[in-house]
Design a protein around this ligand. Structure first.
Ligand code: HEM
Ligand code: HEM
Length: 181
């Protein structure tokens, strides 16, 4: 049973390839609605900025005190903000997996850039989890480096995913489906 606002192009193609070929590609596309896109940008900026700020403070703003090296008082707040926005990011990933990823994956749309972005976020979630529980110094340092490097580059993966939109828009007919999520 096709979802509201979509045509089941794969079911159509079994019955009649000619009918399936005449269905505009965009009729199966799911673009996140405007509020969800803004939520994504807010949460994404929050998790990215808090990670970067924590790293900058840890690298350049440690303070020498009479008791030894101490963190800047703000540093702990960047990590608190990071933990909060990272939790929200994982919730959003779950929401979009159901509302956006599944549908576009089935329709074979933007699979490469989508998969790249999902993999980056997945790696961040796993390495973030390991940052809590790995205690040995060396593995912990490697995990922190991986987390930092993937996190820093994650916006590039998202922009690749998003950036294809303009080129695709020029190649296909106007949308006939409402945004579903
Ligand atoms: C394999 C996984 C994915 C696939 C196959 C996929 C597919 C697509 C497709 C086909 C579009 C174009 C929609 C259109 O032009 O109307 C799109 C846009 C978009 N995708 Fe994905 N996506 C995937 C993963 C994700 C993930 C994980 C996120 C965010 C967490 C995401 C966020 C977005 C956003 C925000 C847009 C709209 C970009 C814009 O402003 O034009 N996608 N995706
Ligand atoms: C969905 C995405 C993300 C998740 C789930 C996530 C999760 C986490 C978790 C659980 C921690 C450990 C917090 C703690 O020790 O209290 C952490 C630390 C950190 N994250 Fe992320 N994070 C994400 C994205 C990012 C991004 C985009 C960046 C960089 C721009 C980043 C940079 C960092 C840094 C620098 C740390 C501290 C590392 C350390 O303790 O050595 N994270 N993250």
């Amino acid at each position: 049973m096709p979802e509201r606002g979509s045509l089941d192009i794969m079911a159509l193609s079994h019955r009649s390839p000619a009918v399936a070929a005449s269905v505009p590609l965009r009729s199966t596309v799911s673009r996140p609605s405007r509020p969800i896109r803004w939520l994504l940008y807010a949460i994404g900026s929050g998790v990215w900025l808090s990670g970067v700020l924590w790293w900058v403070f840890d690298r350049y703003l440690l303070q020498q005190t009479v008791y030894g090296i101490a963190q800047h008082p703000l540093q702990v707040w960047w990590l608190r903000l990071h933990a909060a926005t990272a939790t929200a990011a994982i919730w959003l990933l779950g929401y979009l997996s159901a509302m956006h990823v599944q549908r576009n994956w089935a329709a074979r749309l933007r699979r490469n850039s989508g998969l790249l972005f999902v993999s980056a976020v997945g790696l961040l979630a796993v390495s973030g989890y390991l940052l809590y529980y790995v205690e040995a110094d060396r593995p912990l340092a490697v995990i922190a480096d991986v987390h930092w490097a993937v996190g820093l580059c994650a916006p590039v993966a998202f922009l690749l995913h998003r950036g294809l939109r303009r080129a695709r828009r020029a190649a296909v007919a106007p949308s006939v489906s409402p945004p579903l999520g």
